[in-house]
Design a protein around this ligand. Structure first.
Ligand code: ARG
Length: 588
């Protein structure tokens, strides 16, 4: 289905043409003076230069051609040459009818569906998720869902951090505690245990202790580096232990991601491509791309137009060890071979900006990807506390994501209990559901690249631009529909009626902009646009609700019309929040 603004622009273009002007001037946009009009066209201003005529005269001539337009109820030429527009209610009703019947409310499928891999989450083995991981998870999940919604094929990969020094640190930490494990016996040739001999809590204790020790104990650090190297070389016991560390970490991570409604299709790690590294290195040498500089193997990625320093991309360190870059490049090779994606999207915090520029340039220069394959990096800002510094626990420690979720659930539970009667169990379940919306919406409503302040009170409020407010609005609609059913009405059979009041018209116009919004949000990889839209929609709905007697309406056809409008509003809102990554409860 065509987008509302395109339809309006077409109609306006015809009027420009009829008045003897270029039809391209008829571009219509949403009004920036909603007190004066609903939409506006500034084409006469641009036309003035082309046709050497006063803009207001052009606007006047065009407006005259719209006198009996089926689309515009009012087209007023105002100084200095704007066309202020209001739409016909009949036109809106017809369009809304169409929208309600079309799949995905009139959102058109992309010209070519793409295969997209999205690399998000940013988790590392043996390290608990902390507040900084919230953004990668929820933004990535939403970008995945919105691309799927618009019709692309999307594969999410957790790309677990399991390659660097942290592996060696955990391994030597375990070796200190359990020197007799078969993993450390290099002459051992038998099978390794099927079950991990450690728990996630143990790993989470060992890693930081080992990391601290390595900072003051050079000998220990050297052991950790050696263990890392052995692991990376695939020395049997080290590799088997690495596999166990991965397994135990993944199990725990899945639990945490499930609590966030985040799900990955692939749980590949940086280490998954170990066997591709030698081949890739050879390929880069053979192609004449990589050369030795100060002992290290590097690829130059500088371009003439660079204004900032652009260091070469390092493929191997002077001791032959591979690094973060190496695994990322080999992962590109792997993804291209296995999936042949049209696009790969990465999410990390914005400090990895230069890193991804290097990796992308290197991948292009060395032709690991086809020229048309899009490589996109989304760098997100920091979650800050009220003091504007990275969010911490009350005693200044790193805030675990699990704790943040728990705190939000507790606060939501308190608020739900405070306001209403609800059985204990239900209140608990509802609180968890609403808390998730509070967290996700609080994050996604900010443009990804910006830092934001985590404000528990604001995020969990039922009023304002928050997740709970959006859910509250959906629940309100659900409850009206339930009452309608109690009265014997059949909401599914209700037919849209004529648009009457201004509030109803505003709601309808907002609904009609859904397809354009979703297409734009997906193109721009911008969940905050979906948030802004669903918030406006909730506001329009609530205004309509406050100004309209819905269930008390006596005219059955009119009442059914309201109900049909509610059904549509609810469905659109539900699709929006599903793309954002959360759901609405039945009651709250
Ligand atoms: N684990 C990494 C970190 O902690 C983020 C991984 C991002 N993805 C990638 N392909 N580099 O920073």
């Amino acid at each position: 289905m065509k987008k509302l603004l395109d339809l309006l622009s077409e109609e306006m273009g015809l009027a420009f043409e009829a008045a003897g002007y270029d039809k391209a001037l008829g571009k219509v946009g949403v009004s920036n003076r909603p007190d004066l009009c609903e939409f506006q066209c500034n084409g006469a201003m641009a036309g003035a230069k082309l046709y050497h005529k006063a803009p207001v005269m052009i606007a006047g001539e065009v407006a005259a051609k719209l006198a009996d337009s089926a689309v515009f109820e009012e087209a007023a030429a105002v100084a200095p040459g704007f066309l202020n527009l209001k739409l016909k209610k009949e036109f809106l009703k017809e369009l809304l009818q169409k929208m309600a019947e079309e799949p995905k409310f009139g959102l058109e499928a992309p010209v070519k569906a793409k295969k997209i891999i999205i690399d998000y989450g940013g988790a590392n083995v043996a390290k608990p998720l902390h507040v900084g991981h919230l953004r990668s998870a929820v933004i990535g999940e939403s970008v995945k869902r919105m691309n799927r919604y618009v019709g692309h094929e999307v594969i999410g990969d957790a790309h677990l951090g399991d390659w660097g020094l942290q592996m060696g640190l955990v391994i030597v930490g375990l070796k200190e505690r359990y020197p007799d494990w078969v993993y450390f016996d290099e002459s051992y040739e038998g099978e390794y245990p099927a079950e991990a001999p450690f728990t996630i809590s143990e790993l989470e204790e060992i890693y930081p202790a080992s990391s601290i020790r390595s900072k003051s104990d050079a000998d220990y650090k050297a052991k950790a580096m050696e263990a890392t190297f052995k692991f990376q070389q695939g020395v049997r016991g080290y590799w088997a232990l690495g596999e166990m560390i991965r397994k135990v970490s993944i199990k725990d991570l899945k639990k945490n991601y499930t609590a966030l409604n985040v799900e990955f299709e692939l749980w590949n790690g940086e280490s998954s491509i170990k066997d591709l590294i030698p081949e890739m290195v050879q390929y880069m040498k053979d192609g004449g791309y990589a050369y030795i500089s100060d002992g290290a193997l590097v690829v130059d990625v500088k371009e003439e137009t660079d204004t900032k320093e652009m260091p070469p991309c390092m493929i191997l360190k002077s001791d032959g060890a591979s690094l973060y870059n190496t695994t990322d490049l080999a992962t590109i090779l792997d993804r291209v071979r296995k999936y042949d994606p049209d696009r790969i999207i990465y999410l990390t915090d914005k400090r990895q900006d230069l890193y991804f520029q290097q990796v992308f340039r290197c991948a292009r220069k060395t032709k690991l990807v086809k020229p048309e394959t899009e490589l996109t990096w989304i760098g997100f800002g920091t979650v800050n506390g009220a003091d504007g510094k990275p969010f911490k626990t009350r005693d200044g420690g790193v805030m675990r994501l699990e704790q943040l979720i728990k705190d939000t659930q507790a606060e939501m539970y308190r608020k739900i209990r405070e306001g209403r009667e609800m059985p204990e169990e239900e209140a608990k379940k509802t609180a968890d559901q609403v808390a998730l919306a509070a967290l996700i919406y609080g994050d996604l409503s900010n443009q990804a690249s910006k830092d934001y302040i985590f404000d528990m009170d604001k995020f969990t409020s039922f009023e304002g631009d928050t997740g709970p407010y959006i859910l509250y609005t959906i629940v309100r609609i659900k409850s009206i529909l339930a009452k309608y059913a109690e009265q014997g009405g059949d909401a599914a059979a209700a037919k849209l009626a004529n648009v009457r009041s201004d509030a109803e018209k505003a709601l309808v116009m907002q609904l009609l902009q859904f397809n354009a919004m979703m297409e734009g949000a997906a193109n721009e990889l911008a969940p905050h646009r979906v948030c802004a839209y669903v918030y406006e929609l909730a506001n329009d709905f609530n205004r309509f609700y406050h100004e309209t007697k819905i269930l008390a309406e006596e005219d059955a056809e009119k009442k059914a019309g309201f109900i049909a409008l509610l059904v549509l509003t609810k469905a659109v809102m539900e699709d929006c929040i599903s793309v954002l990554g959360f759901e609405a409860p039945e009651k709250m």
